[in-house]
Write a new protein. Sequence first.
Length: 230
Amino acid sequence: MNLNELESDFLRHIVASGYKPGDRIPALGELSETMGISVNKLREQMEVARSLGIVGVRPRTGIKLEEFDFLPAVRFSLLFALALDPDYFQTFGALRKNVEASFWMEAVKLLTKEDKRYLQELMRAAWAKLNAPQIQIPHAEHRELHLAIFRRLGNPFVKGILEAYWEAYEAIELNLFSDYQYLREVWTYHQRIVDCIVESKYDEGYELLIEHTHLLRHREAEHDTLEVAR
């Protein structure tokens, strides 16, 4: 790759110097002397890199290169888009739906027996909340269930997109209200999907996944109606 496409002297130096995740990067004063660039300019570029999760800055350890994670960049851009126009959630949701569908078969075939037991544990925890005397929304279980299905994929871009979706889901407060009947319908789908995964009925699970995503359209419409009423 042509490093000039990276519009950051700081990032070009990291790549050209061969740093690996976990490596300590010299202090900005030292970099300034080495690179012939002002400390202020390097500090600005480093802050951009930190906001994107590329480097971490800690009091005792200084600057370190982080493992590549696509989420910070997607989340930063997506949350800004939602602040401009909440309808972007539906657009991003369509992307997420297609990503899940496209990678479903590869993802579920990579799941181990332990992973499948974990999915079953999540289901039990969700039903316990839904069946409790004081009903609770199993949002944490909902998010974790969807992400756990794709946890074995070695694709940081898929992971980043899926995780960013749930950040957006919470940002527009879809996790804060729900009709009880809707919740039971959603989790009935989840149960059937998990059962298919456990039994290695991946094609049937895929069809249920597609059906399940259509429920969110009604959820979004309900949310929009409430927003207009406020």
